[in-house]
Design a binder for this molecule. Structure first.
Ligand code: SF4
Length: 220
């Protein structure tokens, strides 16, 4: 007879196992797509980061954003340069530093990669809209938590931004607000990487997080 011990697996263990399966799908399918363009995952990420920046991005800033050493970032940028996808020029901010920008071929590559089918994105079709919203909110909490422990590099996300006001209109379909865009936001609109983000100081970020992570109740 099958021995079944319902206490042997904790919920975090079960969740981690499920997420690993999803991550495997994301990695293998993405790897096929990137391989067509002869890109490694780090090179792909560099193209995305450079494409998302309005201001010039130095090699050291790129390394910080990726959470890798400057030497690793430099190797990957060198490979992208030799493929004609990025180029270096003098930084607008610091004339002594070199900044990265996409070539027109690099821009076309980013556009083509963004248009490829994404099996992981399709997998979320199995969830209702409300379940997807909860999943995304939970992912934001996990990502911020990992950033706080240094396991992930800090990103320019809404929940760290001076322009973000969580729960301006609690209970509505668009409870949050972006002051810069003068726009209400639902959870799904919250950005993990925003070119316009202005990070608050530590105290502001902590207050913002407290407000975001404790939604007001009907009585409050
Ligand atoms: S400026 Fe960007 S990061 Fe800041 S609240 Fe608006 S959308 Fe979010």
């Amino acid at each position: 007879m099958l021995e079944f011990n319902p206490l042997s697996v904790s919920l975090p263990q079960a969740l981690a196992s499920a997420l690993r399966r999803l991550a495997h799908l994301a990695h293998t399918s993405s790897w096929d797509q990137w391989a067509v363009q002869r890109l490694t995952p780090t090179q792909r990420r560099i193209l995305d980061v450079v494409a998302s920046r309005r201001e010039s991005l130095t090699l050291s800033a790129l390394a910080r954003e990726l959470g890798v050493t400057p030497a690793t970032a430099s190797d990957s940028v060198g490979a992208l340069e030799s493929k004609g996808l990025v180029q270096k020029r003098r930084s607008d901010v610091d004339g002594r530093a070199l900044a990265l920008m996409l070539t027109s071929e690099g821009q076309s590559s980013v556009t083509a990669l963004a248009a490829l089918p994404d099996p992981l994105q399709n997998a979320f079709g199995a969830l209702t809209a409300a379940e997807q919203e909860i999943f995304y909110r939970s992912a934001i909490k996990m990502i911020r938590g990992l950033q706080e422990t240094g396991a992930l590099p800090v990103s320019r996300m809404c929940v760290r931004c001076r322009h973000f006001e969580p729960f301006r209109t609690p209970g509505s379909a668009y409870p949050h607000y972006c002051e810069l865009a003068s726009s209400p936001l639902a959870d799904r609109h919250l950005r993990l990487e925003c070119p316009e983000q202005e990070a608050g100081d530590e105290e502001e970020q902590n207050l913002l997080w407290e407000k975001f992570s404790s939604p007001p109740t009907a009585e409050s």
